[in-house]
Design a protein around this ligand. Structure first.
Ligand code: PMP
Length: 407
C-alpha cells in the first residue's frame, strides 16, 4: 500500500476530537500512540461477542479466542521474523519483559562480581531491573557513555567488556533523544565475546524494520500501546536456547504441565513464561495493530518518519533561542528541546493551550538528563498520522511563546 496520510488520519477517531475547540496536534507518541478504528473494532468485537478465557475451555468461545490469541502470536512472529511462534512471549509491556529477563537471567547466570552492561541513555525500565538483579547477586552494572550528539561511544563500549560480562542491554531508539542506536554492531561485538544482548525496542518496533534473525539479538522487548495497539500488553522475543535455559519468572496457571505438592513440571514455551490469565484480548488487539502497520508497510513508515524528523530539525534550528538535545546522525521521530531561559514545564503548558500535546520532564531518563546538566526537556515525538503542517504549527507556537516571555 502507498502511504496515504489522509486515509491514515481518518483511521484514528481521536484525531477528529477538538481540544480547546481546535484540532488536536498529538506529538506525544513516544509516551503512547493513538489507536486506529481497526484495533478498536477488534477489541470491541471480542468483548461484545467472543470473550472467553483461553487455553482452558473446550467450548466454542474459548476455542475461538484461543485461536485468535495464537494467531496474534504468529502475526508478531512473522512481523519480526522470528524462527518460532513460541519465541514470542506475551507480557504486560516492555517494562514487564525486561523485568522477566533481568530476574530469570540473573537467577541462573549472574553471580558475585559478574557484570551487566547498559548505556547512559537507557529508560529507567532498562536500568532499574538490572540494578535490582545486580544488587541481588552482588554483580556490577557498567555504563556505555554517549557523546554530546547523543551517540553511544562504541570504543568505550568495547573497553567495558571483560570476561565477567554476562549480558548487554541497550535501547533500539532513545526515547529522549531519538537516536537510532547501532544495535546490529553492538550485538556483533557482544557475540564475538559470547555475550547475549537484550534490546529495549519500546521506541524501535513502530519506527524501524525489526528482523530479529538479521539482528541476531537474543531478546527484543516492546509494548503494544506504543505501536498503535492496546495498553497492558507487550512482547518479549527470546531465542529458544535462552528461553529454554531461563527459569520461570512467575508461577501460576498455564505455566505448568502438572502440579503436585512433591513436584511441579513446568510447561513448554511460550506458556512457561505466561503465568495466569494474560491480557489475551489485548494480545489479539496487538496482533491487529501489527497487521495495520504491516499493511501500510514499515519502509513507507520509515520514509514518513524521516521526512518529519528532518523537517522538525530544520524548522526548530531556525529558532536561535532553541537548544536541541540529541543530534545524532541516525535519528528517528523524536525531538527534545528547550527554549533558552524558559522552563520545559511552562513551554509544555503553553503548547497545550495552543492544542499541541507534547511531553515535558525527564522522560524516565534521569541519568541522560544528568549528562546534559538539565532537569528535563520538551519532547515532541511523531507517529504515522503526524504531518509537516503540524510541525509548522509547533514552530509558530514556539515563536509565540518566545515573544510572550520577551515582553
Ligand atoms: N523503554 C523505552 C525506551 C521507553 O520509551 C519506554 C516507555 N516510555 C519503556 C522502556 C517502558 O515502556 P512501558 O511503560 O510500555 O513498559
Amino acid at each position: 500500500m502507498n502511504f496515504n496520510i489522509n486515509k491514515i488520519r481518518q483511521d484514528f477517531p481521536i484525531l477528529r476530537q477538538k481540544v480547546y475547540n481546535k484540532s488536536l496536534i498529538y506529538f506525544d507518541n513516544g509516551a503512547t500512540s493513538q489507536k486506529p478504528q481497526q484495533v478498536i473494532d477488534v477489541l470491541n468485537d471480542y468483548y461484545l461477542k467472543h470473550n472467553s478465557n483461553i487455553h482452558r475451555g473446550v467450548h466454542f468461545l474459548s476455542e475461538k479466542t484461543t485461536q485468535a490469541y495464537e494467531t496474534a502470536r504468529k502475526t508478531i512472529k512473522n512481523f519480526i521474523n522470528a524462527d518460532n511462534d513460541y519465541e514470542i512471549i506475551f507480557t504486560a509491556g516492555t517494562t514487564a519483559s525486561i523485568n522477566l529477563v533481568a530476574y530469570s537471567f540473573a537467577e541462573k547466570f549472574l553471580f558475585e562480581d559478574d557484570e551487566i552492561i547498559i548505556s547512559e541513555m537507557e529508560h529507567h525500565s532498562n536500568i532499574v531491573p538490572w540494578q535490582i538483579a545486580c544488587e541481588r547477586k552482588k554483580a556490577k552494572l557498567k555504563i556505555i557513555p554517549f557523546n554530546n550528539n547523543g551517540e553511544l561511544i562504541l570504543d568505550e563500549y568495547k573497553k567495558l567488556i571483560t570476561q565477567k560480562t554476562k549480558l548487554i542491554a541497550v535501547n533500539h531508539i532513545s526515547n529522549s533523544l531519538g537516536t537510532i542506536n547501532p544495535i546490529k554492531e553492538i550485538i556483533k561485538i557482544a557475540h564475538s565475546n559470547n555475550i547475549p544482548v537484550l534490546i529495549d525496542g519500546a521506541q524501535g518496533i513502530q519506527h524501524q524494520k525489526v528482523d530479529v534473525k538479521d539482528l541476531d539479538c537474543d531478546f527484543y522487548c516492546f509494548s503494544g500501546h506504543k505501536v498503535y495497539g492496546p495498553t497492558g500488553i507487550g512482547v518479549l522475543y527470546g531465542k529458544q536456547k535462552w528461553l529454554d535455559a531461563l527459569p520461570p519468572y512467575q508461577g501460576g496457571g498455564d505455566m505448568i504441565k502438572s502440579v503436585s505438592f512433591e513436584k511441579t513440571v513446568y510447561n513448554d514455551l511460550p506458556f512457561k513464561f505466561e503465568a495466569g490469565t494474560t491480557n489475551y484480548i489485548g494480545a489479539i488487539g496487538l496482533g491487529q495493530a501489527i497487521k495495520y502497520i504491516d499493511n501500510i508497510g514499515i519502509d513507507e513508515i520509515i520514509k514518513h518518519d524521516k521526512k518529519l524528523i528532518d523537517y522538525a530539525h530544520k524548522k526548530l534550528l531556525e529558532i536561535p533561542e532553541i537548544t536541541i538535545y540529541g543530534q545524532a546522525e541516525k535519528k528517528s521521530s523524536i525531538i527534545s528541546f528547550l527554549i533558552n531561559g524558559i522552563h520545559h514545564f511552562d513551554t509544555g503548558m503553553l503548547l497545550d493551550k495552543m492544542d499541541i500535546a507534547v511531553r515535558t520532564g525527564t522522560h524516565c531518563t534521569m541519568p541522560l538528563m544528568k549528562h546534559y546538566g538539565i532537569e528535563g526537556t520538551v519532547r515532541a515525538s511523531f507517529g504515522i498520522y503526524n504531518t509537516c503542517d503540524e510541525i509548522d504549527i509547533l514552530y509558530n507556537a514556539i515563536n509565540k511563546i518566545i515573544k510572550m516571555f520577551k515582553k
